[in-house]
Ligand binder design. Structure first.
Ligand SMILES: [Cu+2]
Length: 172
């Protein structure tokens, strides 16, 4: 499903780009080109293409590593997360340090935001917990301690009380 959405999005982006380029090609050069207006147009064009290239570079750099592969295999610890108004169910509450952990998050009712906070209260990562869908998010813990799960998507009256905890311990 996500691959279909990606392909459709890329096709739509390509269609918009083709239309944009077709309009650019049909534009007539400024009257009396070469004069002051021509140089302003040339500068505008350089700024536009500079912005396009910078935007593409920033988008790619912030999406790395690509393509967001979720680790799998015998060394990976799976944790199944089920959200419902207004509680979290995790099938493991003790997790190891230094090993990839993959959280499989889903919901039994409405959308919830699965957010994991370190012992200092800093948000480490989050994903949506959605009914009828499993979102996977991978994390390798580096510090022991008690971590908290909070809901980051408003889901009703007791949303603020929707929390859980798990312990991260060294493997030795
Ligand atoms: Cu909520």
């Amino acid at each position: 499903m996500q691959e279909i959405v990606l392909v459709l999005s890329l096709a739509a982006i390509a269609a918009v780009a083709v239309a944009f380029l077709a309009v650019l090609r049909r534009l007539e050069p400024a009257a009396g080109g070469g004069g002051p207006t021509g140089s302003v147009d040339a500068l505008r064009g350089r700024i536009l293409w500079g912005a396009v290239i910078a935007g593409a570079a920033i988008a790619v750099a912030t999406l790395l590593p690509w393509p967001h592969a979720v680790p799998a295999g015998p060394g990976v610890v799976p944790v199944h997360v089920r959200a419902s108004m207004w509680a979290w169910e995790l099938d493991r509450v003790e997790l190891p340090i230094g090993v990839p952990v993959v959280f499989h998050a889903t919901s039994t009712d409405v959308n919830h935001g699965f957010g994991v906070f370190d012992p200092g209260g800093r948000l480490l990562f989050q994903t949506q917990a959605m009914p009828g869908w499993v979102n996977k998010v991978a994390w390798t813990f580096t510090e022991p301690g008690r971590y908290r799960v909070l809901c980051l998507e408003y889901c009703g009256l007791a949303h603020h009380g929707m929390m859980a905890e798990f312990e991260v311990r060294g493997t030795s």
